[in-house]
Design a protein around this ligand. Structure first.
Ligand code: CA
Length: 264
């Protein structure tokens, strides 16, 4: 049997180790981790310096807000990109310490609240819109979680992609779009609302507490005739009592980590 020099073996071990370290470090340099690791703010971060030269469609890497950088019980109109519907201060919502998934604050969507946050640059690829929701056990009314593919303050061009209703009278969460779909309302605990959006293939799936409420197109489910663009979130109280939201984010889907196959 041929004897392998010790130096050669050592060099192969070092090389293998370096390849492994390099492969593990790759995701840390991509948008997937940047989107999750940044301190939650209300700023949409451009990735001009990260975008591949040939990939001009991807213009944003993500956004998140946990409401913890604001004072408690303050109006969000004009803070962190938040505003009342059609830029009306009367439609604002307030930070609250009554419930919070991350302390000290969540946002209280109640009575006249119709809180909007606009986005730009989300025109292709896959995205996940996540919001954590707390419905008190004594909730009363019909409140809405809404995502629009077109929005402007003047109301000239508005188009709804997602409109999900939370009703105390039916005790259900309901997709008001064309596909329909209901699930039992979950109260007294934090529940994840997760909207998986594929703008390239015009698909949208909405999960409530981990259960699929419906799956449909992004552009045609609610208003119809929409475009592949994530334009705005709208949390609409519709006169209902408080529903609290926290840890809201718009991020790329989690990416699988593939390690190189190391062979002798
Ligand atoms: Ca929080």
């Amino acid at each position: 049997m041929k004897k392998v020099p010790l130096l050669y073996v050592t060099a192969r071990v070092i090389l293998t180790f370096m390849i492994l370290i390099f492969s593990l470090s790759l995701p840390l340099n991509t948008e997937s981790v940047l989107a999750f690791s940044t301190t939650p703010t209300s700023e949409v971060s451009p990735i001009e310096n990260l975008a591949r030269p040939t990939d001009n469609l991807i213009q944003a890497i993500g956004w998140a807000d946990n409401f913890d950088s604001y004072a408690t019980d303050v109006s969000l109109h004009g803070l962190g990109g938040w505003k009342g519907w059609q830029n009306s201060p009367a439609a604002t919502a307030y930070t609250s310490g009554t419930q919070a998934l991350s302390t000290p604050n969540s946002v209280d969507i109640s009575s006249a609240a119709d809180l909007v946050h606009e986005y730009s640059g989300y025109i292709a690829g896959e995205w996940v819109y996540t919001a954590w929701q707390y419905i008190p056990t004594d909730f009363a009314g019909e409140s809405y979680f809404i995502l629009l593919n077109q929005y402007d303050d003047a109301g000239n061009t508005l188009n709804w992609s997602v409109q999900v209703n939370f009703s105390s009278s039916t005790n259900q969460v309901e997709n008001t779009g064309a596909s329909g779909g209901t699930l039992p309302l979950i109260k007294g605990t934090w529940v994840e609302l997760r909207t998986e959006i594929d703008l390239t293939n015009d698909l949208c799936a909405f999960y409530y507490g981990g259960q699929l409420l419906y799956q449909a197109t992004w552009t045609g489910e609610v208003s119809g005739g929409g475009i592949n663009n994530i334009a705005a979130l709208d949390l609409f109280a519709n006169g209902a009592s408080s529903i609290y939201y926290d840890n809201i984010s718009l991020t790329p889907p989690p990416k699988l980590l593939y390690l190189p196959l190391i062979t002798r």
